[in-house]
Design a binder for this molecule. Structure first.
Ligand code: HEC
Ligand code: HEC
Length: 385
């Protein structure tokens, strides 16, 4: 069913065959670490001004930054859940993100940790498919105004900040002027920029023996480095690894309508009959990009399960098994993927290496309690399931 309308242009299969033949001819055997940007520590970045970070942090937790005052950035990028979302209010596992009250999202909320580095690596753009803009300020503006996310008009954001003496003071302190939505966005960006990995064993050069063996596999036999390379462990490019569709997106009308809205708004042809998440095709409109997603970072994975754009893989062991089988099922699948025939011990070693890329203690902040003088316009909780 998922490949229902994959009308590959006839030239493509010929081209793919030629490309595969050429790449096999010039790349015999396994990937070699030397061919790709080396893994290494993240570059030091200038820390934003702390007063600006404080202002951004307050906005991050402030439900008035959503149209109806019910949710904030932290609702979907939770500071105690790896700045993604793994459990709902009742502690039940969450695979796909929530969305603005009254609807639901069709993607797994990505972590915000280390997104400051995306500008250095992701030439294809932010979000799982790159549709959300090319810099953090664009993305933050999108998140605020997008109807399925915070659904807040920039003029309302401006007014709400102006009416709160705390923001008035913060705007004076940081900008020596009146509040505006643009200043609010700058502050939010500054806060997000502080969310970075700190003490990962990988960065401290403290890999266990198993992790060291795992790194060798990662850079060699398992070929992960072909796409997960450089300090961010991402080439920033879209690839099709063939992750299964999450059918909850099609069974749950609230999720489906969100997917349909985004695909329609982005001018995807025949938006109403696709039975799959089209991925990078949304951006490029090139049929060869259907099902491609931008290589995510592999940092902080310990704290950001479940994995993949639609949360379809629950654990790191399962991710490694997925790649061991040569990825998922799609046509054309990324040519870099092939069955790896890893032994049980090698799979464990790879997982140990992946875990070494996470900070020893989770990156988090204490939530700011922002007093809310009014209640959301409706009790959405009851209509939200
Ligand atoms: C209702 C849930 C929700 C809220 C609220 C929300 N986000 Fe997101 N955010 C998401 C989802 C889902 C994605 C991925 C969208 C996609 O891939 O299509 C995302 C993506 C992002 C990204 C891109 C990350 C990357 O690696 O490319 C950033 C940055 C971000 N959000 C920041 C914010 C900020 C800052 C706020 C508050 C102003 C916010 N988000 C509010 C759900 C939410
Ligand atoms: C062809 C390029 C490519 C290769 C090779 C590759 N990956 Fe990936 N990886 C991706 C892409 C693209 C995604 C996102 C797919 C999606 O969301 O549907 C991903 C996702 C992941 C994730 C999930 C991250 C998250 O935050 O959800 C992990 C973990 C991962 N890869 C590990 C590996 C390991 C380990 C290897 C080697 C065995 C490997 N990858 C090889 C491109 C690649």
């Amino acid at each position: 069913m998922r490949n229902q309308i994959r009308q590959a242009p006839p030239w493509r299969s010929a081209l793919m065959t030629a490309l595969v033949a050429v790449s096999i001819a010039i790349l015999p055997g396994f990937a070699s670490a030397g061919d790709y940007p080396a893994l290494g520590p993240l570059a030091a970045k200038k820390a934003p001004k702390s007063a600006l970070v404080e202002m951004g942090k307050r906005l991050f937790f402030d439900a008035r930054m959503s149209g109806d005052g019910a949710i904030s950035c932290a609702t979907c990028h939770h500071p105690k859940q790896g700045f993604t979302r793994q459990k709902d209010e009742d502690g039940k596992p969450m695979v796909l993100s929530d969305a603005y009250p009254g609807t639901k999202h069709y993607r797994n909320a990505p972590t915000l940790i280390n997104t400051i580095y995306k500008a250095d690596f992701a030439d294809a753009g932010w979000s799982w498919d790159g549709h959300m803009g090319a810099n953090l300020n664009d993305v933050v503006r999108n998140e605020i105004t997008e109807t399925m996310i915070l659904n807040l008009d920039m003029r309302l954001m401006h007014e709400r900040m102006k009416q709160d003496p705390v923001y008035v003071k913060m705007c004076k302190q940081n900008f020596n002027g009146e509040c505006s939505s643009g200043k609010g966005r700058k502050a939010l960006v500054a806060f997000v920029q502080t969310l970075v990995s700190r003490d990962a064993p990988f960065d401290k050069g403290k890999l266990s023996k198993a992790a060291k063996r795992g790194r060798k596999l990662f850079e060699g036999k398992a070929g992960c480095i072909q796409c997960h390379n450089g300090p961010y462990l991402s080439d920033g490019k879209p690839h099709n690894t063939g992750v299964d569709e999450n059918f909850d997106v099609f069974k749950n009308p609230l999720r489906h309508i969100t997917l349909r809205a985004v695909t329609t708004n982005h001018g995807v042809p025949k938006a109403d009959i696709w039975r799959r998440d089209v991925g990078y095709f949304l951006v490029s409109k090139n049929y060869a990009d259907v099902g491609k997603f931008i290589t995510p970072t592999l940092r902080e994975l310990k704290y950001t399960a479940p994995y993949m754009h639609n949360g379809m893989i629950a654990t790191l062991d399962a991710v490694v098994e997925f790649y061991n089988q040569g990825g998922g099922h799609d046509d054309p699948l990324a040519t870099e993927l092939k069955p790896l025939k890893l032994k049980a011990k090698e799979k464990k070693d790879l997982v140990a290496f992946l875990k070494s890329l996470s900070s020893a203690k989770p990156v988090t902040v204490e939530p700011v309690k922002v007093p809310q003088k009014y209640k959301p316009i409706a009790n959405w909780a009851s209509t939200h399931n």
